[in-house]
Design a protein around this ligand. Structure first.
Ligand code: AMP
Length: 360
């Protein structure tokens, strides 16, 4: 066990690292952030190292100052995680990150182990993209293997003829082409897993996007309890297969006929879990700390239903009204620069009038 008083190292300095550090402090832990961007939001609330993930001396010095390492961002170079893991437990481990940071590796892993995903193919040329679009289309989504989040690095195309242009527009190389899913909802499940296999999952939530960026999360998702249980079982089985220690967020499509298809994995706190800060006995951030430090996992059952709204770009200017709104719980990330679509904060509203249908 890594007891309170120890220091948790966090790779990545965004709002997820910031909120993890705040949650860790509540349990008596210190955090040390490692991130390359000088204006990282997490630097304001913890000790930090501002260095490149390829700076081996900085990584070694960081490892010396922490008891366990976790991540708040999946695109950390695997070499950095491997180096750190020589000296300290890295949770989740480099193998989990290697899968989650590469959409093709992720899809291959999921389908190889029998987890449901939409039909996909790796494509290495404009011709292959067009062929695959004929086979899987007409409507398909072309995605880059890496660094695709918040809608970056992907194009939805309506006909195979567009596949060539989309392949070039995404910069070529090796891309993933997948069949478009005419989903009825997008949901996600966040599950926590300890090294000994103990696990706990928050109920599935429904996610609404605006220009591919998460805008609103409805918790719990308004789905049947049998579908909710199926979604939780799926997320837990994936976490088990990947041997995740920490958190795993599993984004899923609900396809017609209530069929679940896994879209994406994120082995870290997830934006669709922010509501847990205000509506559950344990937040996703504290649950991460518990999981990586081998503490008993907290009770993930919400005491109220909730809606979480992201404050994107200029919407953060609404903070005075939100502070004045009874029952609105405001969280700001301390980002100085407002950019269009940038996640600046979020607000959670509890829905005491809604029944909490899903209980484990
Ligand atoms: P991703 O970056 O893979 O999470 O995709 C971002 C968003 O694009 C998803 O949340 C969906 O709204 C949409 N999307 C991605 N892949 C597909 C697909 N195969 N079919 C339909 N919509 C998709």
């Amino acid at each position: 066990m890594i007891p309170p008083g120890a220091t948790i190292g966090i790779l990545g300095g965004g709002q997820l690292g910031r909120m993890t550090a705040l949650a860790a402090a509540e349990l008596g832990y210190s955090c040390h952030i490692f991130a390359p961007e000088p204006d990282s939001p997490a630097f304001a609330v913890a000790r930090y190292t501002c260095a490149s993930y390829s700076d081996e001396a900085a990584l070694d010095a960081f490892a010396d100052q922490v008891d366990v390492v976790t991540v708040e961002f999946e695109n950390i170079p695997v070499a950095a995680l491997e180096r750190l893991s020589r000296n300290r437990p890295v949770r989740p481990g480099p193998n989990v990150l290697a899968v989650a940071q590469d959409r093709l590796a992720e899809k291959r892993f999921l389908s190889a182990h029998g987890f449901p995903v939409t039909a996909f193919r790796a494509v290495r040329s404009a011709e292959e993209a067009q062929e695959a679009a004929y086979a899987l289309g007409p409507r398909v989504v072309l995605k880059t293997r890496r660094f695709g989040y918040d809608g970056r690095g992907q194009r939805t195309i309506a006909s195979a003829e567009e596949a060539r242009g989309a392949f070039e527009a995404l910069g070529g190389g090796e891309l993933v082409l997948e069949a478009f899913v005419p989903f009825t909802r997008e949901i996600s499940v966040i599950t926590a897993r300890r090294a000994d296999g103990a696990r706990a999952s928050f109920p599935p939530v429904e996610n609404h996007h605006q220009h591919h960026i998460l805008k609103q999360t409805i918790a719990p998702a308004p789905i049947s309890s049998s579908l909710a249980q199926e979604a939780v079982a799926l997320a837990e089985a994936i976490a088990e297969r990947l041997e995740v220690v920490g958190l795993l967020a599993v984004e899923m499509f609900v396809a017609p006929g209530d069929r679940l298809l896994v879209n994406e994995l994120a082995p870290r706190p997830h934006n669709s879990g922010h509501w847990t800060q205000d509506a559950c006995p344990v937040s996703q951030f504290q649950q991460l700390v518990r999981a990586i430090c081998d503490l008993p996992l907290g009770d993930p059952r919400p005491f109220a239903a909730a809606v979480m709204e992201n404050l994107l770009g200029d919407e953060v200017q609404r903070w005075p009204q939100l502070l004045a709104e009874p029952g609105a719980r405001l969280h700001l990330y301390g980002k100085r620069e407002v950019r269009s679509g940038r996640k600046m904060g979020h607000v959670t509203r509890l829905r005491w009038d809604e029944p909490i249908e899903f209980r484990r």
